[in-house]
Design a protein around this ligand. Sequence first.
Ligand SMILES: [Zn+2]
Length: 262
Amino acid sequence: MKINKKILIVAALIFLIVDCALLSYKILFKKEYPHRVHKPKIDYKYSVFLTSDDGPLVGSKYLDQIVRDYEVPFTIFLVGKPMSSDKKLMTNLLRYKSNPYALLANHSFTHANFHYKKFYSDPKGVEKDFIKNEKYLKLTSKIGRLPGRNVYSIGDVTKGEPNALKAAKLLSKDRDYKFYGWDYELRHSSDAKITESSAIKHYNRIKELLKSGKTFRKNEIIILMHDQMFTSLESQETLGELILLLQDDEEIKLKTLKEYKL
Ligand SMILES: [Zn+2]
């Protein structure tokens, strides 16, 4: 009987020690490496800025989930008009607002109603449209992207179609806005599927562009996507794989446009 008691006590102690060891291993492991996408980048060379336009739309909730699942910095350019006529989109806006990895930015209220030439013939009107969107969506970042035009206006550094650039410069002067275009696009077809579904092909092209210095600013690349493409499972999968490839690259760090350098 005595021996049995001793065995039980020893067994209980062994269990306790093993359990504590496992628990501390788990805690330590979690502290060092919370997610496999958080690989430390001590000597990174390139900055990659993932961006998506035109939300909140139906596809936004899928993009929001990808951004959360991969814990990846992302800049989201928002348009207010679709939400003003479809209140269900409000849920997707609220998802973005509570997403700690997303930087929310301004992409105009009307998206020029898709008549760009007319829209940019009136820079004051463009300014009003952006301010309306800022107020409607309660945006605070002062980061913008013009609808339908690849324009940069960051302080004195500017590039793009002259009329659109005039509007961007006006908003920079009056409202302290910075405007960002893009270097590379993940295109999609009318059924929302990504045109090129191979993530490794996109990754290789992004790497080539960075190495050749053919981006707007050296060692930085802005990637354009659109919220509506993420209703497609194929688009979701390609983006997920691309994020993992980028995160796994020692030379690359993913950032929001708040960290874009001139
Ligand atoms: Zn757009």
